[in-house]
Design a protein around this ligand. Structure first.
Ligand code: MN3
Length: 250
């Protein structure tokens, strides 16, 4: 309950921040000199863009190979962004919202925004939660919360890997914080995301996301999803995940 309120407030506050500069700009430059029609202009739409990768395509080898990274970032993720922007072009109510707030508005009928908005958010997180040179370990409050919730870091790893292995077809495994502030492991089909509260069984705020679509591993691992999952677990940047966790208590 508390958490849901927080998410809503965050979304509203961010949307306000995004929109207000344009309102201010319009007032100062046009209200006195222009005789243009007074009808409210459509919300400003700044297309979504991919964040640059913080490392090279080959930086996660041997766990994730360069060819997979190049295709995954350059074609798959780029495609979600392109189609997300195309879908938002005609959606005046949603196109001014920050991505997280936009995802929270989606219902099961919003297929294009679910697939491509989720696809963009999920991959932005995925690139950030991996790091070259191998995994760090959870520290401080996150380490403590994991121990309380899963018994140990090893217990977490087993449960998380199992969530990814058991996801039938394409989808994601997640470590999230739920509305009660508890850590949960969950998984979603396709590009659904725990922020889509009306579309998923277990809503929450994603801390760690693992892509288990075949495009994430098939070139190198073929059908051996379990080997890919083991490799992913050895690449997790727990400092980033810990910062995501900590941001909920700031
Ligand atoms: Mn993917």
């Amino acid at each position: 309950m508390k958490k849901r309120t927080f998410l809503k407030l965050t979304g509203a506050a961010s949307a306000g921040l995004l929109v207000s500069p344009f309102i201010g700009c319009g007032n100062s430059t046009e209200s006195e000199s222009s005789e243009a029609p007074k009808a409210a202009p459509p919300a400003e739409f700044t297309p979504h863009v991919q964040s640059p990768l913080n490392y090279g395509f080959d930086a996660l080898e041997p766990g994730i190979d360069a060819a997979t990274m190049e295709l995954h970032y350059g074609k798959h993720h780029a495609g979600y962004v392109r189609k997300l922007n195309a879908a938002l072009e005609s959606d005046v109510a949603r196109r001014g919202l920050p991505l997280e707030a936009m995802l929270a508005t989606l219902g099961t009928e919003d297929t294009a925004l679910r697939n491509n908005g989720g696809g963009h958010f999920n991959h932005e997180l995925y690139w950030r939660v991996m790091q070259p040179g191998g995994a760090s370990t959870p520290q401080g409050p996150l380490a403590q919360a994991m121990e309380e919730r899963f018994g140990s870091f090893e217990g977490f790893k087993q449960e998380f890997a199992s969530a990814g292995a058991k996801r039938f077809g394409s989808g994601w495994a997640w470590l999230i914080m739920d509305a009660q502030g508890q850590l949960q492991i969950t998984s979603t089909p396709n590009q659904d995301n725990p922020l889509m509260a009306r579309c998923v069984e277990q809503p929450g705020s994603p801390l760690l996301g693992m892509d288990v679509w075949e495009h994430a591993y098939y070139l190198n691992y073929q059908n051996r999803r379990g080997d890919y999952i083991a490799a992913f677990m050895e690449l997790v940047n727990w400092d980033v995940v810990g910062a995501q966790f900590g941001s909920h208590f700031a």
